[in-house]
Design a protein around this ligand. Structure first.
Ligand code: GRG
Length: 324
């Protein structure tokens, strides 16, 4: 087995072949635009990798892999609308480049297109994939709603937060792994373990995303640094900082995360100082390691070759060292 580059290459060729510009242009152009901005292609690569790991031709998993990438990109367009975000992958967001209605409608079309790709499989496999996809998509919706609710809730706990990121982000990574196993006709045990591997990695990945949102390199991260603070998001960093801080810092933090100043520069600076001072930054990094470890424990249970296990292990490690 070669490195993971062959999967992103194969996905790109498939994507170029099937996602084409057609009338009405204003519906399909934004779809082409967002998928052409690239991104890490994490979910489809996991699907193709998982399919090959369970001894099947990874090309069979291309429609499922693309369905997941389209779904992910659809959710990014709608998430950016909800967050009023100006940037995605270092470029203008769809609603910013076109307008709100274009973002809504092109996003909706992407969700339908995603479902259509499952029609490439026989009825039994179609049912299993579509069932997993619908369950996962609904959980993503629920995770997004919890995230929105947390903005105005003052008693969000760490378990509440982990549940939110599990639904909003991790279940899709779990489903990406499991879809590869389904297409490969792997055993039920392999399907479950591959799902759990992706899900634990997904929690670590979202915690890392929150960390990078605060401390990432603006040149490589591709999103506005401090975006979560501007949006008053109760992230792991925030909840830990509230738990650990003096009464005075706690009050400052609570006040800052209830305001939306026109210029957020000083708000971001003060919040980051409290995150560091309270030890919340360090605890977030520890939690990222802990979920990566959990993923690796599940990985050790997967019935795959040692060579494939190493590929998945290094995939997880690279993901946790990322700066994008
Ligand atoms: C599910 C019907 C339905 C609606 C969607 C808007 C919404 C409801 C959910 C938002 C889900 C969301 C955007 C979660 C964030 C997940 C996340 C970590 C995104 C960043 O992923 P990367 O880093 O992005 O893999 P790239 O750009 O590399 O693809």
């Amino acid at each position: 087995m070669q490195g993971i580059e062959k999967y992103s290459g194969a996905l790109q060729s498939y994507l170029d072949e099937v996602i084409t510009l057609k009338e009405p242009i204003r519906l399909y152009e934004p779809i082409k635009y967002i998928v052409s901005l690239g991104g890490k292609r994490l979910r489809p690569v996991l699907t193709l990798l998982s399919c090959e790991m369970f001894n099947s031709d990874y090309k069979k998993a291309l429609p499922a892999a693309l369905a997941l990438e389209l779904f992910h990109n659809f959710s990014l367009i709608h998430d950016d609308i909800m967050d009023e975000a100006p940037l995605r992958r270092g470029k203008e967001t769809v609603h910013q480049k076109w307008n709100l209605n274009t973002g809504i409608l092109s996003g909706d079309a992407m969700l339908i297109l995603a479902y259509q790709f499952f029609e490439e499989y026989d009825p039994i496999m179609f049912r299993e994939l579509a069932k997993l996809f619908s369950k996962t998509a609904l959980q993503v919706c629920e995770g997004q709603q919890y995230d929105v609710d947390f903005e105005t809730k003052n008693d969000v706990t760490i378990p509440d937060y982990i549940k939110m990121i599990d639904y909003k982000t991790a279940v899709l990574l779990g489903a990406s792994m499991k879809m590869g196993a389904i297409v490969a006709n792997a055993s039920e045990e392999c399907k479950t373990n591959s799902y759990d591997f992706g899900r634990n990695l997904g929690i670590a990945f979202q915690l890392q995303d929150d960390y990078l949102d605060c401390f990432g390199n603006p040149e490589t991260f591709g999103k506005q640094i401090g975006g979560d603070i501007i949006a008053n998001k109760k992230t792991f960093l925030y909840i830990k900082a509230i738990e650990n801080s003096s009464e005075e810092d706690k009050m400052i933090l609570e006040k800052l995360l209830s305001e939306k100043p026109e210029d957020p520069t000083s708000k971001i600076k003060t919040v980051l100082e409290i995150y560091n001072k309270s030890g919340a930054t360090k605890e977030t990094l520890n939690e990222i390691s802990s979920y990566t470890q959990k993923a690796n424990i599940v990985l050790s249970k997967l019935v795959i070759s040692d060579e494939n296990r190493k590929i998945l292990l290094s995939f997880g490690e690279k993901l946790m060292k990322r700066n994008v």
